[in-house]
Design a protein around this ligand. Structure first.
Ligand SMILES: [Zn+2]
Length: 233
């Protein structure tokens, strides 16, 4: 399947100005990753077609290209690093991953963090809903399968998100950090609840957006009160 797709790379193995770094291929089209993430709705048909006909996207940061998982979650498509291939991406590629054995992900079983084409299902050890008749005492209930955890604690969740958004390497602005964390969080659920519904990522400060950000936080906070009756514990 890959052989019939047009190649737009220049054959170099690493990115340089003007080459395909930051560009991905969906089906027979090459698109800027930044554009794809900023306007995902414009590319929904292209995503759907690539997923049905090819089964994956491709990252052009190296030659030959590397496969990318096409995830569909909450009505939106996402691209994710192909399992086990994060280290093969160029170091400045958004899909580059540091050796997974070196960081926290390796400490969790597939029960704790299940990754597939539907997204990432995380089993948090802390209830999302605390009932008055059965208050959670805040202590961890982490269980282990062998030497790997079967649940993820709050600190572990932050650690995981930070790693997966590749923020273990320096990113110059909170704007970048916020964008990358938001992009990854949109692919995740914790205890069956879409993560963006229960995780507030502080947006970068812009004076002209202060009122809108404050209203968005109040709306988020207001929704928390009803959380859990339909799932997530
Ligand atoms: Zn790449």
């Amino acid at each position: 399947m890959r052989g019939r797709l047009p190649h737009t790379g220049n054959g170099d193995s690493g990115p340089s100005p003007g080459d395909p770094a930051g560009r991905v291929r969906l089906g027979d089209e090459t698109v800027s990753l930044a554009t794809l993430r900023h306007f995902p709705e414009r590319f929904a048909k292209l995503f759907a077609r690539a997923r049905a006909e090819v089964g994956y996207g491709e990252c052009l940061c190296t030659a030959p290209p590397l496969r990318l998982v096409i995830r569909a979650r909450a009505g939106r498509y996402h691209l994710a690093c192909w399992p086990g291939e994060g280290e093969r991406h160029a170091t400045d590629c958004d899909f580059h991953k540091t050796d997974p054995g070196f960081f926290g992900r390796s400490g969790y079983s597939d029960q704790a963090i299940a990754e597939n084409e539907d997204g990432v299902a995380i089993r948090l050890d802390t209830p999302l809903l605390v009932r008055r008749d059965a208050p959670h005492d805040g202590t961890s209930t982490e269980a282990f399968a062998g030497n790997r955890r079967r649940t993820v604690g709050l600190l572990g969740l932050l650690h995981y998100l930070w790693e997966q958004a590749e923020l273990v390497t320096w990113r110059p602005t909170w704007h970048t950090c916020h964008a990358r964390l938001s992009e990854y969080a949109a692919q995740c659920s914790i205890n069956g609840v879409d993560l963006p519904n229960v995780l507030y990522i502080v947006p970068p400060y812009r004076p002209e957006q202060a009122a809108r950000n404050a209203a968005a936080f109040q709306a988020f906070y207001g929704r928390l009160g009803g959380r859990g009756r339909n799932g997530g514990d």
